[in-house]
Design a protein around this ligand. Sequence first.
Ligand code: HGY
Ligand code: MN
Ligand code: MN
Length: 423
Amino acid sequence: METLSIGQEIIAACEQLGRHSDDPDGLTVAYLSPAHRAVAAELQEAMAAAGLTVTVDALGNVLGRLACGRTGARTLITGSHFDTVRNGGRFDGRLGIVLPIALARHLTETGERLPFDLEVIAFAEEEGLRYASTFLGSSPLVGQFDASVLERSDASGVRMRDAMKDAGLDPDGIAGLRRDPERLLGYYEVHIEQGPVLLQAGEALGVVTSIAGGVRHSCRVIGTAGHAGTVPMPLRHDAGTAAAEMVLALETRCRAAEGVAVVGTAGRFEVVRGATNVIPGECRFTIDLRAAENGPRDRSLADVLQACREIAARRGVGFESELTMNVPATPCTPAWVDALAAAVTALGLPARRMPSGAGHDAMMMGRAMPMAMLFVRCGNGGVSHSPQETMSAADAGQAAAATLGFWRSLGRSVRDLPAGPRE
Ligand code: HGY
Ligand code: MN
Ligand code: MN
C-alpha cells in the first residue's frame, strides 16, 4: 500500500466533508442540521464506492460493512463521529471514519480478505452540541442509551424526537440498536491527538492506553434582576458575579488537584436575558471535569458543587445543577494496545503509549468489548476544537498502514478461533 497517496486521499476526504457547515464562518455541524445530513449523504456514497454495504440506523449513524464470507465470522467495528463542536476542526472524528473507508477500498481493490467482518460506523453524534446528548451515536450499541434525551429541546425549541422524525429516522427503534458482544471482535478508533504530545516528541503516531473519564453538569444561578444604576452594591443578589465566583472555584479546585491531574472547564457561560444596564437575574454555565481516574474526578466535582452551594448561600442566590454526562475513565484493552504498538513499530516508527485527555466514542464502545485507539500527530501546536486543527498526509498514511497491520494481526489471532458464538 502506498502510504503517502492513501494519506493524501484521507486528508482530501476530510477537507471535502469540511465544506458542509451550519455556520458560514467556521465548521459547525450539529446533529441532524442540513450540513449534518449533507455529510451523512456523502459518507454513504464514499462507503458504497469503497465496496462497503451501506445502511443508516434508527438515529442516523451511517454504517458500512465489508463481509469476509466466513460463516459466523465476528465483526470488528471501527469508526468515529461526524458531528463537530462549534467552529471545530476538519479532522476531529472525521479522520476515524474516512481512514477505514480508504482502507476498505484498498482491501476491495486488492481482494485481500480479513477473517472477520469489518464494519465502519460514522457515529451521528458524539459532541452533544445541539442537545447536550454526548455519545448519542455510540451509546445505544452498548446499551447505554438514555431515552430521556429524546425529549430534550434545542435552542430553537425543537425536540430531538421531532428532529429525528423530520429526518425520517426512528426514535423508538434506537433501543434495538444494542449489539451482542459475542458477535463482535471489538472496537478500534483512529483519532487526531488533539494535543501537543506527539508534535513535541516529533512522532507521527501514538497508542492510547486509557481515556480520561468525564463528567458534565449544566448549572443555573438564580439571583435578583435590577436596575444597574439604582441598586446599591450591598443590596444586590447578582447572578452573574455569583456564577463567576463559582467558575473561579472550579478553576481553583482543579489547579489544586494533587497526584492525578484534573481538568475543569466552564465552556458555556451566559446571562439569561442579559442587558448592559440590568443586574443579572439568572446566569447559566456548564462544568466539564475530567481525570485519568474516576476517584480524583469525582472528589473534585463534589468539592466544586459544595463550593457553588456555599457561594450561593453567602450571596443570597439560588443554585441548581443537572448532571448531563458521566462517562468513567476507560482503559484500552492491554492485548490490543500491545498488538497496535507492534503494528506501529513494524513501520519503523516509535510507538509512544499515552493517555487520552479527550473523550471518544471508544470510551463508550469499550464498556462492552475490547477496544484500542490510535492517535495521529496534531499540527499547529496541537490545537483542536478549532479551525486551526491540522495534520499531515504523511502521518495519515502512516496511520492507515499501522491500522492495516493491526487488523492483519487481529486476523492472525482470529484465524485460530472457531467461527460463531462462543459456547
Ligand atoms: O469533549 C471531548 O473530549 C470530545 O471532543 N467529545
Ligand atoms: Mn471533539
Ligand atoms: Mn472527537
